[in-house]
Design a protein around this ligand. Structure first.
Ligand code: NAD
Ligand code: ZN
Length: 243
């Protein structure tokens, strides 16, 4: 039995399976991840460019550097890995998708039950009055030279609904935590599991499987580790589940 067969066996026998994805699932869509040597962050420090410290204390810098990194992701298209996860959910093999990604590609591929624990790049809000806006509203203001962009109601600074370094996590993280506790299998896909507190999910699950090209912080806990490319691996998993 190879590793993929072992994973297929676990999935067939699991009453509740949750998938946790990270930046690695979107590299095949052309979006750089954080920590591979070719990753975007070989040149820019995300902990600075995407931090609440810079956003609140130097909003001009945030809008000149960090914001563009975030909105650039929205031009990509979902890849076979995203599509296979949507099909696996549709056919009942995956119950919930928890993603650290903010690129919207799981939704666009057709996944339905998704917790975006690091927020999203579809919306934004006013840091003073909380008024919600669509991200295009912020983009338009920046394009027309309003940096930092401000709220039309109160003049407060607008920001994207992305969880940045220094921010707390949205409510769906706690919900996801409780779901993982109740699950029988967590499959981590394309994440180095080095961002807390999301990586703690790998610690509380009953069975852990990992599909990731590089090492992760929780390899020692995993029942199965598949160090292969995500797209083709998920396609094979899907085909074997349906054999
Ligand atoms: P990470 O960069 O720390 O880890 C990604 C992992 O995926 C690496 O170990 C890499 O070896 C592996 N990988 C890359 N391409 C792969 C492929 N084709 N097949 C198999 N494995 C592959 O990512 P992370 O753990 O998600 O942490 C990064 C943080 O940055 C997250 O919080 C996320 O919110 C954010 N981020 C998001 C995006 C996005 O939305 N697409 C992109 C960059 C960063
Ligand atoms: Zn406001």
């Amino acid at each position: 039995m190879d590793k993929i067969d072992k994973l297929v066996h676990l999935m067939k026998n699991s009453k509740k399976t949750i998938v946790l994805t990270g930046a690695g699932i979107s590299t095949e869509s052309g979006i750089p991840d954080f920590r591979s040597s070719t990753g975007l962050w070989a040149h820019i420090d995300p902990m600075e460019a995407l931090s609440t410290d810079v956003l609140y204390n130097n909003p001009n810098k945030f809008y000149k550097e960090g914001f563009e990194l975030l909105t650039g992701m929205t031009n990509a298209e979902p890849n076979i890995g995203h599509f296979m996860l949507a099909k696996l959910e549709n056919e009942g093999f995956v119950d919930l998708l928890i993603t650290q990604n903010i690129d919207n590609l799981h939704q666009r591929a057709g996944s339905k039950n998704i917790y975006e624990v690091h927020g999203n790049t579809r919306e934004g809000y006013c840091t003073d009055c909380g008024e919600k806006v669509v991200i295009e509203h912020i983009k338009d203001k920046v394009k027309s030279g309003q940096v930092p962009p401000v709220c039309h109601r109160c003049g407060g600074i607008l920001r994207p609904s992305v969880v940045m370094f220094g921010d707390g996590l949205p409510e769906c993280f706690d919900k996801g935590w409780r779901e993982v506790e109740k699950s029988e299998l967590l499959i981590v896909i394309g994440s180095s599991l080095s961002v807390s507190p999301v990586n703690y999910l790998a610690n509380i699950c009953e069975n852990l499987a990992i599909i990731n090209l590089g090492e992760t912080m929780y390899d020692y806990k995993a029942k199965i580790i598949i160090n292969e490319k995500i797209g083709e691996t998920l396609k094979t998993v899907y085909d074997r589940l349906n054999k």
